[in-house]
Ligand binder design. Structure first.
Ligand code: PMP
Length: 365
């Protein structure tokens, strides 16, 4: 019997998605494939409100586009303001550094978001940065950054905005064009609930313009080439993960059927609310600052006397896979992911089991 997944990804997929992915292979240069690639791209562009940007689907995990943003839009030696509110912000700093660009770090204590005035201040002090990176949803702390407001500040100061939305896209609202986002990326195994292997991004014209002046773009993540093949062939330079593209297509149709983007995001918000209520009802404390709770993952303090992944291990014995604490707070926290195919009944059963686990560990409410 498979585990009930409350992970940070890969997450459980809609049965309909898995069914649709079970296909015999065919040519990724065929007319049939081009139609699927085009339809999926345009559906995602609509979902992301990215009609003026270009939506790219490539074989990669999300990190591929993190690297691509740096290589294509910032010349070697160029400065990037990296906002860090947890492990994945640090990851972006590394992507900048390892590609020979210079990170300037704006770091917040764990559990807190970046505030617009703090970003504005940092940009005032560092007028020579070319871009700002924002982790929309920090998966290690369960904090959702105020993306719309942060992007506004960065645009007012004339900076490019790169957004890691790996654990946000599909669950937290993103209006690419209206918010002025230059590059936002995610991966299939998160809030869209598709198996891993597909990375998606929306990329602004400004990024492609900059890329033309940066010869050191590399091969695999050359966004100009990826765009060129999309425009000319509705396909990818390298072989696409065809089943995942079909899976994403099916999810985007399911979203339409459920009433569109608004209804789908509301489903995610209500699910997250139910998870937080469940934790608070058991006397547990949430890690994130109130007002900035993640719609996709809830980070919870271990109760007094518990250190490390004990609750994770105990729930595993009962058929539930949650996520261990991650990063600097790995011993003090555990995480409940709520992305993908999860029913209310699954959530009720999880909390019933969590209550029993806490009791068996001698935790008092
Ligand atoms: N950024 C964030 C915020 C994430 O949660 C993750 C995955 N947990 C990543 C980046 C890396 O994504 P991928 O494994 O798809 O490269």
């Amino acid at each position: 019997k498979p585990m009930k997944l409350f992970t940070a990804g890969p997450v459980a997929c809609f049965p309909e998605v898995l069914e649709a992915m079970k296909i015999q292979m065919f040519s990724h240069r065929s007319k049939e494939y081009q139609e699927i690639h085009k339809d999926t791209t345009l559906r995602l562009a609509k979902f992301l409100e990215a009609e003026k940007s270009t939506v790219l689907l490539i074989p990669s995990s999300g990190t591929g586009f993190m690297e691509a943003s740096v290589r294509n839009a910032v010349p070697p030696g160029g400065k990037v303001l990296v906002t860090v509110i947890g492990e994945f912000g640090n990851r972006y700093r590394e992507a900048v550094e390892r590609n020979g660009r210079k990170p300037i770090v704006l770091e917040k204590p764990l559990g807190k978001p970046v505030l617009p005035e703090e970003l504005d201040d940092a940009l005032k002090k560092n007028p020579d940065v070319e871009a700002v990176t924002i982790t929309y949803n920090e998966t290690s702390t369960g904090v959702l950054n105020p993306l719309k407001e942060l992007a506004k500040v960065a645009k007012e100061r004339g900076k490019m905005v790169f957004v890691d939305a790996v654990s946000a896209m599909g669950a937290a609202d993103i209006k690419v064009d209206a918010w002025g986002i230059d590059l936002v990326f995610s991966s299939s195994q998160k809030a869209f609930g598709v198996p891993p292997g597909l990375a998606m991004a929306a990329v602004s014209e400004a990024v492609f313009e900059r890329a033309k002046n940066i010869p050191e773009r590399g091969l695999y993540f050359d966004l100009l080439e990826i765009k060129d093949v999309l425009v000319k062939q509705w396909s990818t330079p390298t072989t696409p993960p065809m089943p995942q593209i079909i899976g994403l297509n099916v999810v985007l149709r399911i979203i339409e059927r459920m009433g569109g983007k608004e209804a789908w995001l509301k489903m995610y918000a209500e699910r997250a609310e139910k998870i937080r209520r469940g934790a608070l009802n058991l006397g547990l404390r949430l890690f994130a600052e109130p007002g900035y709770y993640s719609p996709t993952i809830t980070v919870i303090y271990n109760p007094p006397g518990i250190k490390g992944p004990i609750i994770y291990e105990e729930l595993r014995k009962r058929g539930f896979e949650i996520a261990k604490g991650y990063g600097k707070v790995k011993d003090e926290t555990f995480r409940i992911g709520h992305m993908g195919y999860i029913t209310d009944e699954d959530i009720n059963l999880l909390f019933k089991n969590l209550e029993e686990v806490l009791k068996s560990l001698g935790v008092k409410k």
